[in-house]
Design a protein around this ligand. Structure first.
Ligand code: SF4
Length: 337
């Protein structure tokens, strides 16, 4: 089997706030290979964005403690200092953020923003860097790139700005792109175009993509695998098509019921999951989802409220398919069968 480009083992992230210590991520493990997309899905506060920032070493180092292992192409990034991690960032690992208007500087032309980091890293001259910027804008579908490279971000539409961000991410020919809610600010048609673009770029260059999103609806057809997070932990993991067709965890099932496009029935009622995500300053004991979970009534005793369920592999006839879930009900069911 091919070695994974990214191997994350037992990653935990906690940070100090004025209100106390937030345990944002607990014991996260996953792998990502070249040419594959893993979607990390969860509501706000699930730990998905904290995971992305920790992978890139972009967390506040004074206030944040990151433990575990983040092995990127054979190098563990966790013990590295900011200077050493920054050698990977922007070159071999790039990030695409949700809001291009905030992420791009309004004061500089697109050319300057695409080429500054590239020139620093590679020593390229201005003409050479400009030619590459034009080539990247062309590659992400910006019309008339030789002219538009001289424009400012506010002169682009929302969808085009997001393409500029992707072009910026691609300047260093990264192996891994971490895309944090890359389409959330866009309307549905443009969302689809951006996700298609990422898929095309992946097919061309075997990019590995970690797609962070709150919207389970966007992962279908885009991500090979999906990891659902709740309360800073992985609660379900598996091939996207399998998870969407038959979610194993009550939280994943709840997320799916709140997504309009997957079922295709325009009259179907959309059901938001009642309640709110846990406060990670003071998380509930046991399964973090228990205050919102109807299925807990079918679990013997009060285990849901007292004991954190372990993430366990689903026994499947095809040993090459890996599905995991963390739920007492499902664990009871598989031990009984
Ligand atoms: Fe619901 Fe209990 Fe499963 Fe948590 S462990 S998802 S509360 S049934």
């Amino acid at each position: 089997m091919r070695r994974s480009l990214l191997t994350v083992e037992d990653l935990s992230v906690r940070f100090q706030t004025e209100g106390g210590v937030v345990q944002a991520v607990t014991g996260l493990s996953f792998e990502l290979q070249r040419g594959r997309t893993l979607a990390v899905v969860g509501e706000s506060g699930s730990g998905k964005s904290a995971t992305g920032l920790a992978l890139l070493g972009l967390h506040n180092r004074q206030r944040t403690e990151v433990t575990g292992r983040v092995e990127f192409d054979g190098t563990d990034l966790v013990p590295l200092d900011e200077r050493a991690v920054s050698a990977f960032r922007g070159a071999r690992i790039a990030m695409v953020f949700q809001d291009a208007l905030t992420a791009l500087s309004p004061y500089h032309t697109v050319e300057r923003q695409l080429t500054d980091g590239y020139r620093r890293r590679t020593g390229a001259g201005r003409q050479q860097a400009r030619a590459r910027a034009v080539e990247m804008l062309n590659r992400v579908g910006i019309p008339d790139p030789a002219r538009r490279v001289a424009e400012y971000p506010h002169e682009f539409s929302g969808g085009m700005r997001q393409r500029v961000m992707i072009a910026m991410a691609l300047m260093g020919e990264p192996d891994l792109v971490i895309a944090d809610e890359p389409t959330t600010a866009l309307d549905v048609t443009v969302q689809a175009q951006i996700l298609d673009l990422l898929a095309d770029l992946q097919a061309e260059s075997q990019l590995a993509i970690l797609l962070i999103t709150h919207d389970l609806g966007v992962v279908s057809g885009v991500a090979h695998d999906v990891m659902v997070m709740y309360g800073g932990r992985c609660v379900e993991y598996g091939p996207t098509a399998d998870v969407l067709a038959a979610p194993e965890h009550p939280y994943t099932a709840g997320l799916l019921r709140s997504v309009p496009t997957l079922h295709g029935d325009a009259d179907a009622e959309l059901l938001a999951i009642p309640g709110s995500p846990p406060n990670l300053l003071d998380p509930p004991p046991g399964c973090a989802f228990h205050p919102r979970c109807d299925a807990r009534l079918r679990v013997a005793g009060d285990r849901c409220a007292t004991t954190v369920p372990e993430l366990t592999a689903l026994p499947l006839p095809d040993a090459s398919v890996r599905r995991l879930r963390a739920c007492h009900l499902l664990l009871e069911r598989s031990t009984a069968s």
